[in-house]
Ligand binder design. Structure first.
Ligand SMILES: *Cc1c(COP(=O)(O)O)cnc(C)c1O
Length: 463
């Protein structure tokens, strides 16, 4: 029997997270206020607990994973590394395709990797309740799951379009004790303001973030904090367990290194989590390519500028240096809800500026076609977000065939699509269309950020 699945013993789980900030060839620019002053940890204290703020600003290369967090992670970790031999055969490619299966967690994606860590650190800090936003419902269900594990209350503002299209995610949150409302909601000033101007809006992650932050900072008990499922440094830090495990597992498979690392990218956390331990190798001289894949309807990395922008529409977050379409950008309603965020993680953005990684955008029809090929060869039904990574894998495996090259392709299988069957249904009945983004929509949201401070483009020119 040929072996195609590589399982790490629980005892071999990584004991530390990897912080790429320590190794970036040009230092990160700090988050700033609208008048350009650097944000200090104190200013973040009403929003996040200090132990997570310390991780957010840390320059330490390795950060210990507390034993209790490791125990929580071990509910589903280590996750398998699998070789997609059936897809390889179908494509007749000489490429060896490996995927890290993050769909095996209870909520079904990579998101609980940071959810359990964040819930645990908040609990340690004496917090009683977390608020958050969710797009496709993956993050809301991950945080509800995590809060239930450590004994915190959880309040979730869910983007309206997904709230309507994905009712079962809401049920999952309720099963784990989370309280979920559609955003924009009438429960916050930010929500009421948006509803007044656009009563029929499908909502956006930016709007939902505004509501969740407002709900946290206006709680008079002082025991509520906000939690973000992507974008920030500490979130990406927690996700690096994916790449650290994958490194050990690739060795088990007899591979020296991947040639190509691929992940879909909404806010950037699953892509970065798999990639950054390998980006470290590239910084140290290894030859590896990295491709974060976004949706062509929300093309911040391929069409947006790199500049300072708010993380949310109500301008409650600090300004972050990132690729962005503007905080007021509301993407067309596509099925990959997790790819609808207007900005890209500052750490991923800086790696793009540096030339270490090269983003790509695909439209949703091509991605569903790829998801179908995947399901018919490998068997699993992937999340619509994950299908963007798979579309890229298939394209690159075909290229390897054309070029006759034995490439090692590694990608992140960020989640399963068993609660996203409405999108598959539409695809199968021929009703799924490609949404093209009108240029003027981009222009409008970009105009709104032109007076904000500019982020400097700093790179070594080595890559
Ligand atoms: C949330 C989500 C994404 C996108 O978020 P990132 O922070 O970019 O990883 C991708 N895939 C799945 C399955 C998700 O739930």
């Amino acid at each position: 029997m040929k072996i195609s699945k590589y399982l790490l013993p629980i005892g071999e789980m990584p004991r530390q997270w990897y912080n790429i900030t320590a190794d970036l060839p040009t230092p990160m620019q700090p988050p700033v206020t609208p008048d350009g002053k650097p944000i200090t940890p104190d200013m973040l204290a009403p929003v996040f607990p200090m132990n997570l703020i310390e991780q957010e600003v840390s320059r330490e290369r390795w950060i210990d994973i507390p034993d209790e967090v490791l125990e929580l992670l071990s509910i589903w970790r280590p996750t398998p590394l699998v070789r997609a031999t059936r897809l390889e055969k179908f494509l007749k490619t000489p490429a060896r395709i490996y995927y890290k299966d993050e769909s095996v967690s209870p909520p079904g994606s990579h998101k609980p990797n940071t959810a359990v860590a964040q819930a645990w650190y908040n609990k340690q800090f004496g917090i009683k309740k977390l608020t958050t936003e969710t797009g496709a419902g993956q993050w809301g269900s991950a945080l509800s799951f995590a809060c239930n594990l450590v004994g915190l209350e959880c309040k979730v503002f869910m983007v309206r379009i997904s709230f309507d299209q994905k009712p079962y995610r809401k049920t999952m949150m309720q099963v784990w004790g989370g309280n979920c409302v559609a955003s924009p909601s009438n429960e916050t000033q930010a929500g009421r303001d948006v509803l007044k101007k656009m009563p029929d809006t499908p909502g956006s992650l930016g709007i939902a973030i505004s509501e969740a932050i407002e709900a946290a900072v206006t709680d008079k008990s002082g025991k509520t904090r906000y939690s973000l499922g992507s974008v920030l440094n500490h979130v990406i830090l927690h996700q690096t367990i994916i790449g650290l495990e994958a490194k050990k597992q690739l060795k088990m498979a007899g591979e020296k290194k991947p040639d190509l690392v691929i992940g879909c990218a909404g806010g950037g956390s699953n892509f970065a989590g798999l990639s950054f331990p390998f980006v470290n190798d590239k910084i140290n001289g290894e030859k590896i390519e990295f491709i974060p894949v976004e949706s062509s309807t929300c093309p911040k990395m391929t069409k947006g500028p790199f500049t300072y922008d708010f993380g949310d529409i109500a301008k409650m977050t600090p300004l972050l240096p990132m690729f962005t379409l503007g905080h007021s950008f509301v993407p067309p309603p596509i099925h990959a809800g997790g790819l609808r965020y207007h900005g890209m993680a500052p750490l991923v953005s800086q790696c793009i500026i540096e030339g270490l990684i090269k983003p790509r955008a695909y439209n949703q029809l091509k991605c569903y076609e790829s998801a179908m090929t995947w399901a018919k060869t490998e068997g699993y039904i992937c999340a619509p977000e994950t299908s963007h990574a798979i579309a890229c894998v298939i394209e690159e495996a075909k290229r390897a065939k054309d070029e006759g090259k034995e490439k090692v392709i590694l990608f992140n299988y960020s989640g399963h699509g068993l609660l996203d069957l409405a999108g598959y249904n539409k695809y199968l009945s021929g009703k799924l269309t490609d949404v093209t983004l009108p240029d003027d929509e981009l222009c409008d949201s970009l105009k709104a950020i032109k007076d904000l401070p500019k982020a400097a483009i700093k790179k070594t020119g080595k890559w």
